[in-house]
Design a protein around this ligand. Structure first.
Ligand code: NAD
Ligand code: TDX
Length: 334
């Protein structure tokens, strides 16, 4: 089976490549990645001789068409993925998340290729802290940021290509991932690498915002479950009942690294900051039989801290530039 993994040099895509090579000997992987700032060639270095890495843009229709001609399955992870960047300049988000997805859909339509679309729970907007309901497959789309709006638009393109052109596609919308190989601009690795660098962690706003954390391996196992058993044209939500507020996450990282739990800064809030995400993944569990394996968030965080401690060469070269970028907009408020 020939599988094209877009965005395979990014966080979730690289973990998907490693996990697939470890568990599926029948799969040949072609990674298509533009190698933006978010990619890290080192993430794929250990498997470089077992995959093909094509450096290119998913919006390059000729390239994508030629690759799709020789592919059985496309798993589409590539995206501009960081909300804060989408607030600073949405241009690349429209290009990659919308135009890029359009280009892939046209290629899989032309060549009759199975397609799985990776998306996010952010397409549903946010919830109140005390809302008893969680997101389900029937929750109305209500995205807040340029990032989530372009992801929502890409999901709708997929649905239209299924219905109008019979494209063989499935969609998954997952909650916040954590684990190895995550870019240090994102919340958890930023705080871990702050502590490891002697910088105080940075908490946006009041810090009561809730994210529904899932280990990246659980996400990727769910993606294979949907590819293997999902119904064409359907959407599946992926989540592991991992709700935690941001302040608690920072305090836990500080505790696990032997620091005082109040050794963090409150900083200016993200404009339009979504308050809470929470996923009800009943459909995936009951219809397709998936279950998360990494259920203890504290243990998962401790393992992730160890990974960043043991892989400083992977993130050190990015640290100064990442923090300098935040420093242009972020102010300590308390
Ligand atoms: P990431 O930013 O770590 O990686 C994205 C990858 O896509 C990078 O390697 C980058 O070089 C590549 N890329 C960007 N633009 C491209 C283009 N035009 N052509 C080809 N490649 C391009 O992102 P991630 O966190 O691994 O997210 C992967 C996918 O999962 C995204 O679709 C994202 O929306 C979705 N998702 C992420 C999370 C999360 O918590 N990180 C949660 C739910 C869904
Ligand atoms: O330094 C920080 N301090 C802070 O308090 C950063 C970087 C973030 N935060 C907050 C903002 C959010 O409430 O932490 C939470 C998580 O922030 P991010 O890591 O930027 O993730 P989020 O905005 O929730 O989006 C993530 O999950 C859904 C991914 O980046 C998306 O790609 C995915 O779709």
């Amino acid at each position: 089976m020939r599988v094209m993994v877009t965005g395979g040099a990014g966080f979730i895509g690289a973990n998907f490549v490693h996990r697939t090579l470890a568990t599926r000997p029948d799969v040949h992987i072609v990674v298509l990645d533009k190698m933006t700032y978010a990619a890290n060639a080192q993430s794929l270095a250990p498997v470089a001789d077992r995959i093909e890495l094509v450096e290119g843009d998913i919006a390059d229709t000729a390239l994508v068409d030629s690759l799709a001609a020789n592919t059985d399955l496309v798993v589409h992870f590539a995206a501009e993925s960081h909300n804060d960047n989408s607030l600073a300049d949405p241009t690349s988000f429209v290009h990659t998340n919308l135009v890029g997805t359009f280009s892939l859909l046209e290629a899989v339509r032309t060549h009759g290729v199975r397609y799985h679309h990776i998306s996010t729970d952010e397409v549903y907007g946010d919830l109140e802290l005390d809302d008893p309901d969680r997101f389900t497959e029937t929750t109305a789309y209500n995205p807040s940021s340029p990032y989530s709006a372009t992801k929502a638009g890409s999901d709708l393109l997929v649905r239209a290509w299924v219905r109008s052109f019979g494209v063989q596609a499935t969609i998954s919308n997952c909650s916040n991932n954590y684990g190895p190989y995550q870019h240090i601009e994102k919340f958890i690795p930023r705080q871990i690498t702050n502590v490891l660098s002697g910088i105080r962690p940075k908490l946006y706003g009041h810090g009561k915002n809730v994210r529904d954390w899932i280990h990246v391996h659980d996400h990727n196992d769910a993606v294979w479950t949907i590819i293997d058993k999902g119904q064409i044209g359907e959407t599946y939500l992926i989540g592991a009942d991992g709700e935690a507020d941001n302040r608690t996450v920072i305090e836990t990282i500080l505790e696990l690294t032997g620091q005082p739990t109040d050794a963090f800064d409150f900083v200016t809030d993200r404009p339009g900051h979504d308050l809470r995400y929470a996923i009800d993944s009943t459909r995936l569990r009951t219809e397709l039989g998936w279950q998360p394996q990494f259920l203890d968030f504290r243990t998962g965080l401790a393992d992730t801290i160890d990974w960043y401690r043991n892989n400083q060469n992977w993130w050190q070269p990015l640290k100064a530039a990442t923090e300098n970028k935040y420093a242009t907009t972020e102010k300590v408020v308390e």
